[in-house]
Design a protein around this ligand. Structure first.
Ligand code: PHE
Ligand code: CO
Length: 296
């Protein structure tokens, strides 16, 4: 989602429908692109057993989309019966309200273009690999699927209340960069991490970042960095916790937060439930950036 970018957006916006959807045009992908997809997939799939949450792993194993760029139709044939979600093809990032409308109707916008080979490790805007590998498996989880729809509805409301910035922080620290506590230790469910070759290890193993228990207002008050690995990750105990915490009407929360200065991405507060206090050492640049507009 969200915010305005200074640069022109990548992607062909000339043939879209009013809701920004396009045809995937699967036949137009080249064999070199399918090959690049297979290499991206193989790298990430090898990391998933150690770093991804159980819900993600279980679905990825059944989807089997390592053979080449998937057809959205084929995935929809499985996804819709599972959680009544569908994928829709879009040229790239879409305006906030368009994005929220899709989510509120259980449609997930997936970018049609694939990065260039030189962007194997680093990409500025979300591409089909990020959208697909990172987000789609989680849409098969019933609780997470409901959370995403609720988020879309919440986005429409936040837009009217001038509170998109706060809501975007919630998306960032959960859907894109969230961690979850498991018996095996911390794991990730965040798409920005799951599609990244470097951050997937870093978020779990590095001593540098903070890892702090999820607290809704705390998260909505915390800025984030878009061009480095995250300085702080927030940890949920399970998806029911996330769903329950976000159930109440946010309007009073937004009023409260509007009057307060946001925390920096590196801040650790007195009341934080600290899993790990970051060493604060210099952070390497992100190997895979996720843009703040990451509809994705
Ligand atoms: N309950 C939130 C509201 O009233 C909507 C929301 C749900 C936002 C889930 C984010 C995630 O605005
Ligand atoms: Co994303």
């Amino acid at each position: 989602m969200t915010g305005q970018t200074e640069h022109a957006l990548r992607g062909d916006y000339s043939r879209m429908r009013p809701d920004y959807t396009v045809d995937q045009d699967w036949d137009a992908y080249t064999s070199a692109q399918h090959d690049l997809w297979r290499r991206l997939y193989a790298r990430q799939a090898a990391l998933v057993p150690d770093y991804a949450c159980e819900e993600f792993r279980a679905t990825l194993a059944t989807l089997d989309y390592g053979a080449g760029i998937p057809r959205f139709d084929a995935i929809n044939a499985m996804l819709h019966p599972a959680t009544r979600w569908q994928l829709v093809a879009v040229p790239g990032l879409v305006p906030d309200l368009v994005f929220f409308e899709h989510l509120a109707n259980r449609r997930f916008p997936v970018t049609v273009w694939l990065r260039d080979p030189e962007e194997f490790d680093y990409i500025v805007e979300p591409d089909i690999f990020h959208d697909f590998f990172g987000h789609v498996p989680m849409l098969f989880n019933p609780v997470f699927a409901d959370y995403m729809q609720a988020y879309g509805r919440g986005g429409i409301k936040a837009h009217a209340l001038g509170a998109i910035e706060m809501l975007a922080r919630l998306y960032w620290y959960t859907v894109e960069f969230g961690l979850i506590e498991t018996r095996a230790g911390l794991r990730t469910y965040g798409a920005g991490i799951l599609s990244s070759g470097g951050e997937i290890r870093h978020c779990i193993e590095s001593p540098r970042p903070n890892r702090i228990g999820f607290d809704l207002l705390r998260v909505m008050r915390t800025r984030y960095k878009i061009d480095t690995y995250q300085e702080t990750y927030f940890v949920i105990r399970d998806f029911d916790e996330l769903f329950a915490a976000t159930e109440p009407d946010f309007a009073p929360y937004y009023r409260e937060l509007h009057a307060l200065e946001p925390w920096t991405a590196a801040t650790v507060l007195e009341g934080d439930r600290v899993y790990h206090r970051g060493s604060g050492a210099a952070r390497p640049p992100a190997r895979e950036a996720s843009n703040p507009r990451a509809s994705t």
